[in-house]
Design a protein around this ligand. Sequence first.
Ligand code: FEO
Length: 162
Amino acid sequence: MKEPILSALNQQLNRELYSAYLYLSMAAYFDAHQLKGFAHWMHMQVKEEFEHAMRFYHYIIERGEQVQCLVLEAPPSEWSSVVNVFEAVLHHEQDVTKLIHTLVDLALQYKDDATHKFLQWFVAEQREEEFSAGQVLKKTKIAAEDSDAFVLLDQELEKRKI
Ligand code: FEO
């Protein structure tokens, strides 16, 4: 594998781990505020991001290369409101989408067909991730105006299975 591709894949593995760490911090924020459903939704998100990281891990290994574990920075731990948390989620996912598209461009530039094919799963996944974050953000904005709706939304989010 060409070095720039390997380096970018290792960096993306780090970004997926950072995503898990960011969502863990958001789960901790919700747990601290006794918002069990919101916390549960974030814990599911943590698992998903760890799985994304492991997809990169296994792909790098399958290509006969060694994974490099890079420094993981600390995520924020405070937000101004529940709405603000989900605005940050959507913004973060939009940033990740840009990183994936940059990786796709790099794979094309180096004519690395296997990596290009591998990344297509992430292109589709990011579309879904942005949609899902946007949906929860919309619901949270509506629920923020009405305490009964807010309790119902917390209960709804607690039902997330995957
Ligand atoms: Fe793995 Fe939510 O991006």
